[in-house]
Design a protein around this ligand. Structure first.
Ligand code: PAF
Length: 285
């Protein structure tokens, strides 16, 4: 295998320094593991644009709330290593909690907290989620010091939050948002799809189907956001195993709900299928 797995910050720094000395630019794909084709496409995106690609695999405890799936989140380092290797990644950073948070005691520590963009949508259901994400991503950016970092559009709000954080804090890198990768039936690839049984998997298709429905209405000239989101809700409600957390049409910069849809509008939704919470989104144009 060409890919190397390291567990310490010092080893990442050493490897990145050596790559830079060879004149290579550094691409970075932060993940929580349980990798799938969506992650592979991020790695390939990076290897196309960067000479050296680092992938982090770390289930970050600070972005999970009480009662969320931190303990049962799938951990599959061997399979993940093979996938990264096949996609052309150069280095995997798979740290322990001790390595990532040696000085933190409970909430005592330094946090990166973006005030705007984080309280609505995912933030409304998961109050400290984005503070955990922005903190760990800042730490990972400081460790890897990439030129470019790649995130999937499936986590649209996360991408916008990280892009805003990088701009606000003058982080010297480009945050690239890559298209969501879907199964042939439309289901957005997600590490959490493994929680679904066959019937739930079928019903989970309602997420991408509502986006198709919203696009059809938009293409027919509908611009009223409430009418489109009502049609989306109705479609989800016809699936007995699905329960809406939120369905909204928002502006892609502010993430605020819009009344009138335009080219910057994105439909975003979170739906429980059984006990699994799934998210999806799409531009309507
Ligand atoms: O999208 C994810 O997998 C995580 O939120 C990230 C960006 C790796 C931070 O832990």
């Amino acid at each position: 295998m060409a890919v190397t797995v390291v567990k310490s910050v010092a080893d990442v720094r050493k490897a990145v320094k050596a790559a830079r000395a060879k004149g290579l630019n550094i691409g970075f794909v932060p993940t929580m593991g349980a990798l799938h084709e969506g992650h592979a496409s991020l790695v390939r995106h990076s290897t196309k644009e960067c000479g050296y690609t680092v992938v982090s695999i770390y289930v970050n405890p600070t972005q999970f709330g009480a009662g969320e799936d931190f303990d049962k989140y799938p951990r599959t380092l061997d399979a993940d290593t093979k996938l990264v290797d096949k996609a052309g990644g150069s280095l995997i950073f798979a740290p322990t909690d001790r390595e990532m948070y040696p000085n933190y005691r409970g909430a005592d520590g330094t946090w990166v907290d973006l005030v705007g963009l984080t309280k609505q949508l995912e933030g409304a259901s998961r109050p400290h989620h984005f503070r955990g994400v922005t903190t760990v991503v800042t730490k990972l950016f400081n460790i890897v010091q990439p030129d470019k970092a790649y995130f999937g559009q499936k986590d649209f709000q996360q991408c916008r939050v990280i892009q805003r954080m990088a701009a606000d804090l003058d982080m010297p890198l480009e945050v690239v948002m890559c298209q969501t990768v879907r199964e042939a039936n439309g289901l957005a690839m997600s590490s959490r799809n493994v929680y679904l049984n066959p019937e739930q998997r079928k019903q989970a298709l309602c997420l991408s189907q509502t986006l198709t429905k919203a696009r059809e209405l938009y293409a027919r000239g509908e611009r009223n956001a409430e009418k489109i989101s009502a049609a989306m809700r109705e479609l989800i409600a016809s699936h007995p195993l699905a329960r809406i957390d939120y369905v909204e049409i928002v502006d892609h910069d502010t993430l605020a709900s819009v009344a009138e849809i335009n080219e910057s509008s994105v439909a975003v939704l979170a739906v429980f299928v059984g006990t699994t919470r799934l998210i999806d989104n799409g531009y309507l144009k």
